[in-house]
Design a protein. Sequence first.
Length: 282
Amino acid sequence: MDILKANLHRYSITKLCQYLGVSRHYAYYQCKENKHKSVARYADTILTIFKRSYQSYGTRRIRLALQKDGIRVSRRYVARVMKSLLLVSKYTIKRYKVHQAEVNEKTITNHLQRQFDVGDKQQVIVADLTYIQVNRHWNYLCVLVSLSDRQIVGYRVGKHKTAELVMSALSQVKQPLSTLNMFHSDRGNEFDNQLLDNCFKAFNITRSLSKKGCPYDNAVAEATFKTIKTEFVKGETFITTTELQQAFTAYAYWYNHKRLHSSLGYMSPVEFKKQVPLNFIV
């Protein structure tokens, strides 16, 4: 069969089979068997990577994950294995519409100005909230993301969309708040609160707000929530707020330590931080 494969570009299958003394049926059968064996070789590994990625990885990220483990295969090979195992990334279907909400009218301007690649020059956190259904009721998830390395540095789940939920997420940030330069968010009412204002003033943190009705001003937070909705929320059922909080804790750890981010050169945020020294304690 190796001779047949090596000479397919030079001779017809009929001539090669006559030379080898085998039937065409046998030749095709052997090629098919070898193909199945090739697909099955890393099938278990690919299935494990797919499941650990919250069923979100496609062929590109799975190939890169295999490469990190010393396994070099093509995206076409990964696609064949995924097809044979009926693995479909959650990103193949777009869902979830944004809820319209009231906005605050504070005169605070957009100091960030869509400068999302701040490097290690500034310590900037972007924030947003999203809704997740828990036992037929809406719960809310507040997430804080560091622009320096795209890590989720704070989060909190609650039954109400309030400033207290934001403060609770902010309390999870492990770096001293005095080292923060800026806190950016959209104009949701949950960010219009004296409690937050006092906190930012006490730690000398510059406050920045997106322009009204412009999600592009908070694009990193918006993109993070799209990822969360697709990878973490889609297809899952949560019975209690505590269950949701625990599940997201596990997801946030995976997101920071394992998930391959295209914006970070297909490294995890923690891996990226190790390679690019930052004055950022998390």
